[in-house]
Design a protein around this ligand. Structure first.
Ligand code: GDP
Ligand code: MG
Length: 364
């Protein structure tokens, strides 16, 4: 019975019972009307520049979309917002899961809005496309900040590649800045390459740690310590205070062994409690002093220029790779050549050149 197959679905009646008209004309017209009501890019730009959060959210959603039509519109909006962006401090926060990043951002963010700052919180979490990440966990940890009208919290963009997620976050930064947010906090899960990506999109990089049993430096990746502009030992409360102070000394000693940073900034180590709020204001003082010093030396702008260049190159690299590896002819030739290379029938370089030549021909 082919007709029942055609109509299969949750609204399907039992065979033999006549099927009601399922196409609700009124609903379809409403959907069409809503589609027409999607704001234009000019309307979105006006809304964002006026600080309208709905416009901001919509624009970020557009930027995150994989629909090519949306991408074009998103680009228009971002280009329109760009001249109004850049006037902010971008702070990256990293640390292993459980160290207290979300709790810290709640305390720190609330502290900043009380100073009159407008705070946007974004997250880079390439794993969230699978698990839907820590979105829910974060929002419950950020109870105050979620309600704060001077704060804007956006769960991490999902995506398959870190590059994709990073690009979306970079675009979200621009949109948030154009909407008047002057302090952008970007949280990253402390795993994988996401720290490097976040480091290359922020002005100040903060590493959260907790004190252990005197072996503070063990298991910490050297690269991450090298990236940090500040190390904050969190959970310095109750019985933990002494251990936290000990850890602070140890990190300070270790940091002095690292080569001087290009910025000449000597990374600071402090303790804090995201729960009691102790030490939070000192962290802001450190960041402010960093911004003042780096603005005066010109390093602040220089770093942003370098980051823009880096992300342009990254985007080109990623797009080229994607384009190359998704060509059907390349896919099949790659498979054949892989075997030939493994069997020493062709050198790896000759095989690579052959594939690149095929690609060059496809492009013509
Ligand atoms: N005692 C204490 N607990 C904290 C502090 N900051 C976070 N926590 C707790 O540590 C756990 C993990 O915090 P969370 O913010 O979710 O960590 P994240 O995974 O890094 O985002 C939660 O149970 C928090 O209540 C702190 O400063 N002191
Ligand atoms: Mg968290």
């Amino acid at each position: 019975m082919s007709s029942s197959k055609k109509q299969s679905g949750s609204l399907q009646e039992k065979p033999g019972i006549s099927q009601p008209e399922i196409t609700n004309v009124a609903a379809i017209n409403q959907i069409k009307k809503n589609r027409r009501q999607q704001p234009s890019s000019a309307e979105l730009i006006t809304g964002i520049l006026a600080g309208n959060r709905t416009a901001l959210s919509r624009a970020i959603t557009l930027a995150e979309s994989t629909n090519p039509e949306h991408a074009e519109k998103a680009n228009e909006v971002i280009t329109g917002c760009l001249p109004h962006a850049n006037k902010s401090i971008r702070i990256g926060i990293t640390g292993v899961p459980g160290v207290g990043k979300s709790t810290f951002i709640e305390a720190f963010g609330t502290f900043l809005t009380q100073l009159g700052k407008k705070v946007a919180v974004l997250a880079v979490d390439p794993s969230s496309s699978l698990s839907h990440g820590s979105i829910l966990g974060d929002k419950t940890r950020m109870e105050e900040l979620v309600k704060d009208e001077n704060a804007f919290i956006r769960p991490s963009a999902s995506g398959d590649t870190l590059g994709g997620v990073a690009r979306k976050t970079r675009e979200a930064i621009i949109l948030c800045e154009a909407a008047g947010f002057d302090t952008i906090i970007i949280e990253t899960v402390g795993v994988g390459q996401s720290e490097t990506a976040v480091h290359s999109m922020v002005d100040f990089f903060l590493l959260l740690k907790i004190s252990g049993a005197g072996d503070e430096l063990q298991g910490i990746k050297r690269g991450i310590m090298e990236m940090a502009d500040a190390i904050v030992i969190n959970k310095a409360d109750g019985d933990n205070i002494k251990k936290a102070n000990q850890a602070k000394l140890e990190f300070n000693r270790a940091l002095h062994l690292f080569p001087q940073k290009k910025s000449n900034w000597q990374p600071k180590v402090t303790t804090c409690s995201a729960i009691t709020g102790e030490g939070i204001s000192a962290i802001w003082e450190t960041i402010s002093s960093y911004v003042d010093t780096m603005t005066a030396s010109g390093y602040f702008q220089e770093k942003r220029k370098e980051q823009n260049h880096f992300w342009m190159m990254e985007t080109i690299n990623e797009q080229l790779k994607l384009n190359f590896f998704t060509q059907p002819e390349i896919i099949s030739q790659l498979e054949q050549n892989k075997k030939a290379v493994q069997n020493d029938e062709i050198s790896p370089f000759a095989a690579a050149q052959l594939l690149l030549n095929i690609y060059a021909k496809i492009q013509k």
